[in-house]
Design a protein around this ligand. Structure first.
Ligand SMILES: NC(=O)c1ccc[n+]([C@@H]2O[C@H](COP(=O)([O-])OP(=O)(O)OC[C@H]3O[C@@H](n4cnc5c(N)ncnc54)[C@H](O)[C@@H]3O)[C@@H](O)[C@H]2O)c1
Ligand SMILES: O=P(O)(O)OC[C@H](O)CO
Length: 329
């Protein structure tokens, strides 16, 4: 929608023939964006070849679970000079790889050429042209600026950031905390508890990010705090909503069936739980959520476990040292 507003002809690929017909005939996508008139510059197709051949830029927004398969297919028709941007927030659960790495592997190119678009940007508001700010991250500044040029307009403000690792980690990991914030709300624990989850959630996201080599400042930016706030508080957030339903006593399976949309935080909890062990980082909220989602722990017990942890300092010395190292280098 943003690209069409910027006078680009957009070819949208979907597997669903019925939705494709609806978008082409009525300029509507009633399942995902009910009541919204889409631009006539958006054309839809079920043919990957028609979507990709001749495109100067490709935006991939498949769920993380489908990223490898979708990228493999689009490679068949892609012009190697085309700019590749992704807006997916998650990991490949089996390999624990970030999305830009998975894409680069499948396209057989350098990961620095892939741009990650992230930040607080619920589709329901973007499509209504509500003011929205995001970051486009790439190690290649020219690629990031190309993406910035494509998307930026008066209601969609785009910043560049060279820290792809920090941006991708932020975008994926905030969904875990949003599930936790929803769980807390579902349990009726109020605003103090939610603020604590956001703040301590950010602490553990940054702790893992620092250990993996990200820029600490990224976590204070749009992809970090920005997206964490929106996902933990917005009525549009699927992760928050899923957590809230679990907090009210529904099972994970029922929640997923009822949502009918991707809840990335569930798979991401599994990936982050493994990454925390690989990098030897303490991630108490992630650990507790893992137990709720995959080991049937009651939400109330998880909150009790978090509140009952051994007393500690707010600012961890290790994070502080690494931050100083990062700033020095
Ligand atoms: N919805 C938002 O506001 C928003 C904003 C920023 C980023 N994201 C990210 O975008 C990604 C996708 O989320 P979404 O909101 O579009 O989810 P969604 O559930 O609304 O839609 C996912 C779409 O992917 C399709 N799909 C699923 N598996 C597929 C496969 N194997 N091959 C091809 N298509 C497949 C589904 O049919 C559906 O059309 C997620 O990583 C999410 O975090 C979403
Ligand atoms: O609806 P959610 O919880 O998947 O969040 C979507 C986006 O990441 C918000 O920026």
């Amino acid at each position: 929608s943003v690209l069409a507003d910027n006078e680009h002809e957009v070819m949208l690929w979907s597997r669903n023939a019925q939705q494709v017909a609806q978008m082409n005939e009525d300029h509507r996508n009633e399942k995902y964006l009910p009541g919204v008139d889409l631009s006539p510059r958006i054309h839809a197709t079920t043919s990957m070849e028609d979507a990709v051949r001749g495109a100067c830029a490709i935006l991939i927004v498949a769920p993380s679970s489908a990223m490898r398969e979708v990228t493999r297919e689009l490679k068949l028709y892609r012009d190697p000079a085309s700019l590749v941007i992704h807006a997916t927030k998650g990991f490949e659960t089996e390999s624990l790889k970030r999305m830009s790495i998975v894409i680069a592997e499948e396209l057989d190119c350098d990961a620095s050429q892939i741009v990650a678009l992230s930040g607080p940007s619920h589709a329901e508001e973007v499509v209504r042209r509500c003011p929205t700010t995001v970051v486009v991250a790439s190690a290649d500044l020219a690629a990031a600026e190309e993406a910035q040029d494509l998307f930026i307009n008066s209601f969609f403000r785009v910043y560049t950031n060279p820290d792809v690792l920090g941006v991708e980690l932020s975008g994926a990991l905030k969904n875990i905390i949003a599930l936790g914030a929803g769980l807390s709300d579902g349990l009726g624990y109020g605003d103090n508890a939610k603020a604590a989850l956001l703040t301590r959630g950010l602490a553990e996201i940054a702790r893992l990010g620092l250990e993996m080599g990200a820029n600490p400042m990224t976590f204070a930016g749009l992809a970090g705090v920005g997206d964490l706030v929106v996902t933990c508080t917005s009525q549009h957030s699927r992760n928050w909503r899923a957590g809230s339903m679990i907090g009210k006593g529904q099972t994970v399976e029922t929640v997923l069936q009822e949502m009918g949309m991707v809840v990335e935080g569930i798979r991401t909890t599994k990936a982050a739980y493994a990454l925390a062990r690989e990098y030897n980082v303490v991630m108490p909220i992630t650990d507790q959520l893992y137990q709720v989602l995959f080991e049937n722990k009651a939400g109330k017990q998880a909150v009790e476990a978090l509140m009952g942890r051994v007393r500690t300092h707010e600012i961890e010395e290790i994070a502080q040292t690494q931050k100083e190292d990062w700033l020095r280098n």
